[in-house]
Design a protein around this ligand. Structure first.
Ligand code: C2E
Ligand code: CA
Ligand code: CA
Ligand code: CA
Length: 275
């Protein structure tokens, strides 16, 4: 058993260092990819459930790797966060997405995901405002999507960041609602304009009477507090019916559209306005 144990330990060590090598590799490649323009921003519509019209687009980053093909953010955003590359990457994403959004009609907003590390970087709020100015996108057309993990530490920096940008007109959305910790405290404390109910409540194996009741309760909270409630991950017409009936105001998901390149986003808007 002892010999076995040792063998297992060594095997485990090898796996760990291989994982480390892989991360180092992704980190280096990611820095290069930004410069080589291998990254793209795709845009997924967020739709008004009452009118069916597009109210905003969420920017979602994609990496088209020359050898590995398309990499999803779940494969490289965590590495970018652990290594700090997320700060450079995040600035690039915001600047790029803002440029695209400046071409849309004035009443269509842009949603950008923000990692906690980006907020802690010095001058973070100024960086975002500069990107907006450069893109000529008014601050009220930007909405930053943050998750509860943002609030776990360094409250002073987070508060200052949110206060500065709110003052400038930028909006905040609480993302992946229902998957974290004491969300109600954050809704109480910060001026969110939107709460996005995590897609695990909307589609997938765990959906049922219980998740419906939760959506209903959150939607009611939203209407009382004058926040939009977004149902994420809507894949079927039946799910549209459920979340609308529960009182959600906005919806997002494959049923409406996947994330698309910016020229297609522009086309969707043009099409909708000529109807
Ligand atoms: P998220 O912010 O919760 O984004 C929604 C994810 O759900 C996106 O995956 C989207 O493509 C996917 N999705 C949308 N509708 C449906 C649906 O109907 N069914 C299913 N099964 N999935 C749906 P994506 O693009 O792979 O992004 C994954 C996560 O990576 C995002 O989750 C976000 O946390 C992170 N991420 C993506 N882009 C960025 C970025 O620019 N910056 C940062 N910091 N994080 C990002
Ligand atoms: Ca999001
Ligand atoms: Ca989400
Ligand atoms: Ca997520």
């Amino acid at each position: 058993a002892k010999v076995n144990g040792r063998k297992q330990t060594r095997f485990y060590d090898a796996t760990m260092s291989r994982d480390l090598v892989r991360r180092r590799e992704i980190e280096a490649e990611l820095r290069a990819a930004i410069l080589k323009d291998e990254l793209s921003i795709f845009f997924q519509p967020i739709v008004d459930l009452e009118t069916g019209k597009i109210r905003s687009f969420e920017a979602l980053v994609r990496w088209f790797h020359p050898r590995k093909g398309e990499l999803k953010p779940d494969e490289f955003i965590p590495v970018a966060e652990e290594t700090g590359v997320i700060v450079t990457l995040g600035n690039w994403i915001t600047a790029r997405a803002a440029k695209a959004a400046a071409q849309w009609p004035d009443d269509v907003t842009l949603a950008v995901n923000l990692s906690p590390l980006q907020i802690r970087a010095p001058g973070a709020s100024l960086g975002i405002l500069n990107a907006l100015r450069e893109a000529k996108l008014p601050p009220h057309r930007l909405e930053l999507e943050v998750t509860e993990s943002l609030f776990l530490d360094d409250h002073a920096a987070t508060e200052a960041f949110i206060a500065d940008l709110t003052e400038a007109g930028v909006k905040f959305a609480l993302d992946d609602f229902g998957t974290g910790y004491s969300s109600l405290a954050y809704i109480h404390k910060y001026p969110f304009s939107k709460v996005k109910i995590d897609r695990s409540f909307v589609s997938g194996p765990d959906v049922g009477a219980k998740s419906d009741a939760i959506i209903r309760a959150v939607a009611e909270l939203g209407s009382k507090l004058e926040m939009d409630i977004v149902a994420e991950g809507i894949e079927t017409i039946e799910q549209v019916r459920v979340v609308r009936e529960a009182g959600c105001t906005l919806g997002q998901g494959y049923h409406f559209s996947r994330a698309v390149p910016d020229y297609l986003a522009t086309m969707l808007l043009a099409q909708e306005r000529s109807d």
